[in-house]
Design a protein. Structure first.
Length: 91
């Protein structure tokens, strides 16, 4: 599951939020497939090259960097969990 939000809903840019997978399929590449599809959905609906913003759990920062996201903030707490704002802009 992943939510795709238009610019102005959570951030000034389109965003992907509330990404989750069932524990049954974790470790099988389905999360990567889900994020790839979510990014493609943003590109299809808001234009290729449009910046996409996420609020990532801090311990997953390196994972999101592999998908092209870059850190855009200091660490902050969201629901008691350290998060960082990350942004992706495809050239």
């Amino acid at each position: 599951y992943a939510r795709i939000l238009a610019a102005g809903v959570s951030y000034d840019t389109p965003s992907i939020g509330r990404v989750l997978t069932s524990s049954i399929i974790r470790g099988k590449g389905k999360g990567h497939e889900l994020m790839t599809r979510a990014i493609r959905c943003c590109e299809d609906n808001f234009g290729k090259g449009t910046m996409i913003t996420i609020s990532a759990q801090e311990h997953l920062e390196k994972y999101y960097e592999k998908l092209g996201f870059r850190r855009g903030s200091e660490s902050y707490l969201e629901d008691g969990i350290p998060h960082v704002k990350m942004e992706r802009e495809d050239d």
